[in-house]
Design a protein around this ligand. Structure first.
Ligand SMILES: *[C@@H]1O[C@H](CO)[C@@H](O)[C@H](O)[C@H]1NC(C)=O
Length: 298
């Protein structure tokens, strides 16, 4: 167990120096506890550092902040490339556009996740455009908060988001600009990835679509989710794939709240039957091997 305390009362005063102290190709779980406070640094778990549990003192108590922008790959405040990673009770913010300021809006990623078998519990992600790059691998987000306005949950991850708060702050885009919550990147019809939101809560200001396809076979399901009145009646946009909407799987099932009315949605909204929905909206969508059992017990 490694303690990080920015005031100097731990083993390290920065999170990155604690991660750097873990041996490459480490095989045993290493706990890194980050005491409350705001850590102004970029943090990266490279692919040779698996089996790390990074744990703060609460989503509202331990913050990691940086302010890079422009390049999605270079801007993230937090990057994790390793398999088998657990992150708990901590928030990552890209301060370039969050809080809103005079900066023009640019891609400014708060977290980029490219490892397989990753579990996030009680984690906050704060940005405006491209907040959470759910890039690749199987991921479980439980009781997390994701805030942004433009394509702010994007990528090719195979992910279940359960009991999460989606904070869509479209009002920060300025008058007349409509946001997008998701931009999912599934590229081929047989790819296993997609974003499933289960039992989440969509709140915020301004107005937003639920998503648009970043790639041609994008797949997103909102299930049993409370949706506030900020959603555009059409719900979704085809972006570069107009004319090929039949390849896209955008679905809504069993949601509630004023934004959940699907009567004015795009005609190509996918109608999934309940057995397909129950296959997607369960942990077996991301785990048929039992890895999640191990990670959620750490
Ligand atoms: C939208 O909500 C966010 C989060 O609560 C807040 O910081 C922001 O000021 C709001 N924007 C406007 C224009 O009201």
């Amino acid at each position: 167990t490694i303690i990080v305390d920015r005031l100097g009362n731990g083993h390290f005063s920065t999170i990155q120096s604690a991660i750097d102290s873990v041996a490459s190709y480490n095989k045993n779980w290493v706990y890194i506890y980050v005491m409350a406070g705001t850590y102004r640094e970029k943090v990266k778990i490279t692919s040779d550092k698996p089996f790390i549990v990074l744990k703060g003192e609460g989503q509202k108590n331990t913050f990691v902040e940086w302010h890079d922008h422009d390049s999605s790959a270079e801007s993230p405040t937090f990057t994790t490339m390793a398999d088998n990673v657990v992150v708990k009770s901590i928030s990552f913010r890209n301060t370039y556009n969050n809080n809103r300021n005079a900066n023009s809006m640019e891609a400014a990623v708060a977290a980029m996740i490219f490892g397989d078998r990753s579990y996030f519990y009680d984690v906050g992600f704060f940005g405006l455009q491209d907040t959470l790059w759910d890039g690749q691998g199987r991921h479980y987000f439980k009781s997390c908060t994701i805030q942004g306005a433009m394509d702010f949950i994007f990528g090719t991850g195979q992910s279940l988001y359960e009991d999460c708060t989606i904070s869509a702050i479209g009002a920060n885009l300025g008058p007349g600009i409509i946001g997008f919550i998701t931009a999912q990147g599934r590229t081929n019809p047989n790819d296993a990835n997609g974003f499933v939101f289960k039992h989440c809560n969509i709140v915020g200001n301004g107005t937003t679509y639920l998503g648009r396809p970043w790639r041609g076979y994008a797949r997103v399901l909102f299930y049993d989710t409370k949706i506030s009145n900020i959603i555009q009646p059409l719900g979704w946009q085809p972006w570069d794939f107009a004319g090929h909407e039949d390849h896209i799987t955008f679905a809504e099932y069993g949601n509630s709240g004023p934004g959940s009315d699907t009567s004015k949605r795009v005609s190509w909204l996918k109608k999934l039957d309940s057995s397909t929905v129950s296959k997607l909206a369960t942990t077996s969508f991301i785990d048929t091997e039992g890895w999640l059992n191990t990670l959620t017990q750490l």
